[in-house]
Write a protein that binds this ligand. Structure first.
Ligand code: FEO
Length: 618
């Protein structure tokens, strides 16, 4: 019996579910099954969007027949040629011989590799920006290479504002009667599977996903119809936010993944001891036995958490086989921006530590802690200080707010989250160190405009003077940190970051090394919060650029009050001394004195870069 669902008045889901599949794509376990989504539009022309895997094509064709009735099928759109969506194409062509296939050139070529029917005679080729009308609906085609194969494209229905997103925005799991994400408790029951789907299927292609998201940001999207998992019609911004986060390779939460490979339990024992020492320091831990837990689950956890510990016995003079496979897979999935610690074991010639290190050295922006622990057969009591030292090193690299038991009482909710929502409460009309990085060069400047724009997803706006070097870095890299300064910040800190240019000085040279997950410096002393932003929009206003950014990380650093602009003027900035021998104007921000009868309207303070409006007559 057919089993379809209505998506809109004239759009139908005609896909199906498979709960018998042991391994999706031969490698990813799908204990809750998987859905193959296909959509059928009944407009003046009828249009089928993608097909399904051969395992479920029986009910798929029943669905098409039931929805079409006595109408013919005019178009089949092929967004993605991977067989889980294309296997039934040949049968569509046999059953509906008049159908025309809308696809791009790469797809057409692949189709010839898979099928023997005359592809050229029935394809309608589209390229970036092309559109096709079915009557009431108009579809625009957007190329999305490597999300997740090179031929992938998505389409956008400009009439109903629906994005048909191919593999993008998919989720593992059969639909169980629900079609829309808002029909289930997605965050509780499916978010982990969505993350596992993303990281394993397209995690390697973060740059390409970001490119697609950039294109999608120009569209008004009211619904997303992916090829796996639920259709999105509510809270779309939240899920897009997740994709922005995941594709940036920034961890979502502070915490330590401990993955161990242990033949007789001794390496496992060392991992357990480390986990205990970390928990005693208030650090969140999750543990996996790589011989038991599928690699796809561990990869998803590695994308979620900030710190990764790998403990492996030596096996055939190398890394234990399951651990080696996991690490190769992680490196292949482009894991980056993590802190790594290693434990090796071996009864006569331990080699796994050095070999694991070598693999992770191939990754971008990894901090591999020096103190690899070497176990000879089993952990000895004399080695417990080494475990303590490793736990100390890991705990020291986490912000205070991530260490649950040490956090102030009011921060105990939500600790461990990479974005601590309470960090937003520190924002005021205050003063901030804005930091950025270009290549090896770190820099920072003082700004006075940071505001929260949205809550779900968390976004902030910052206004930055175009004369600042940090401004140019953010323009180039799209990422920044804001350190929220406190009332105990001394004037020399404002002078240091505000009254000299990073083009001439290394402003972080004398500061202790403190970086957030995005690799940027921040100022832990005299700051009560640090907020990391990834730019999603820019607006130019004469002297300043307004950057709108998604918050990728936020942590509370202290409970000292934020400095406000007023407090700075009243209590921190030295008051200009009365002068009788100088005529001119004084900068209210930094105290610079301009000597002269008239201050030009377009004058910019050479120290703090504020304009003439911030000067007053001496
Ligand atoms: Fe769902 Fe890339 O196939």
């Amino acid at each position: 019996m057919y089993c379809y669902r209505k998506v809109t008045d004239d759009l139908y889901w005609v896909g199906s579910n498979d709960r018998r599949l042991a391994m999706f794509e031969g490698v990813y376990s799908v204990p809750a099954g998987v859905s193959y989504n296909s959509y059928l539009l009944l407009d003046e022309k009828t249009m089928l969007l993608d097909t399904v895997d051969k395992a479920v094509k029986g009910v798929f064709f029943e669905n098409i027949a039931a929805v079409l009735g006595d109408r013919k099928l005019d178009y089949l759109v092929v967004h993605h040629m991977e067989p889980d969506h294309s296997e039934a194409i040949w049968e569509v062509v046999m059953r509906y011989p008049e159908v025309q296939i809308i696809c791009n050139k790469k797809t057409a070529n692949m189709m010839k590799q898979y099928f023997n029917f005359d592809v050229d005679s029935r394809v309608v080729l589209v390229k970036e920006g092309d559109s096709i009308s079915t009557g009431k609906h108009n579809f625009v085609y957007v190329m999305a290479p490597m999300v997740h194969w090179p031929e992938v494209m998505v389409s956008y229905d400009t009439t109903d504002k629906i994005l048909f997103s191919a593999d993008g925005f998919g989720t593992f799991g059969a639909l169980n009667g629900a079609l829309f994400a808002d029909e289930v408790d997605f965050e509780r029951d499916y978010l982990d599977e969505a993350r596992r789907y993303y990281t394993n299927i397209v995690g390697k292609y973060g740059d390409q996903v970001q490119a697609l998201l950039k294109k999608a940001a120009t569209l008004e999207i009211e619904m997303i119809c992916p090829l796996h998992g639920f259709v999105w019609r509510k809270n779309i911004g939240d899920f897009i936010g997740k994709y922005m986060h995941w594709s940036s390779y920034a961890p979502e939460e502070y915490g330590v993944v401990i993955a161990y490979a242990s033949v007789y339990g001794h390496t496992e024992n060392a991992a357990e001891v480390l986990a205990c020492r970390l928990r005693e320091r208030g650090v969140r831990t999750v543990m996996f036995d790589v011989s038991v837990t599928p690699a796809s689950d561990i990869i998803a956890a590695a994308f979620k958490y900030s710190h990764l510990v790998f403990a492996s016995t030596t096996y055939n003079a190398g890394i234990f086989v399951n651990m080696e496979s996991l690490i190769f897979d992680l490196v292949a999935h482009n894991i980056q921006n993590r802190t790594i610690a290693l434990i090796e074991n071996g009864s006569w010639a331990p080699t796994s530590g050095a070999l694991m290190r070598k693999e992770f050295e191939k990754c971008k922006n990894m901090t591999i802690l020096d103190n690899t622990i070497r176990i000879i057969s089993s952990l000895q009591e004399s080695q417990l200080p080494q475990i303590d030292a490793l736990a100390d090193a890991i705990a020291a690299s986490l912000p205070q707010a991530a260490k649950k038991q040490e956090a102030p009482a009011e921060l105990k909710e939500d600790t461990g989250k990479l974005v601590d929502p309470t960090a937003m409460f520190k924002l005021s009309y205050g003063l901030f160190v804005l930091s950025a990085k270009d290549g090896d060069k770190d820099n920072g400047c003082i700004i006075n405009t940071v505001m929260q724009v949205t809550d779900v997803t968390k976004r902030i706006a910052i206004a930055v003077n175009k004369a600042n070097y940090t401004h140019d870095m953010i323009k180039k890299t799209g990422v920044f940190n804001v350190s929220v300064l406190t009332t105990d910040a001394p004037f020399k800190l404002f002078q240091h970051f505000g009254f000299q240019s990073g083009r001439d000085a290394d402003k972080f040279a004398d500061f202790a090394e403190s970086r957030t997950a995005n690799g940027l410096r921040y100022v832990p002393e005299y700051s009560n919060a640090v907020i990391s932003g990834k730019v999603i929009e820019e607006h130019e206003y004469d002297t300043h650029t307004l950057f709108i950014a998604e918050v990728t990380e936020a942590a509370v650093l202290s409970n000292t009050p934020s400095v406000t602009y007023q407090y700075y003027f009243d209590h921190i900035k030295p008051q200009p001394q009365p002068t009788t021998d100088k005529k001119g104007y004084v900068c209210k921000i930094c105290g610079y004195i301009y000597e002269g009868e008239t201050l030009p309207d377009d004058f910019i303070c050479p120290l703090c870069k504020h304009g003439a409006e911030d000067f007053e007559k001496l």
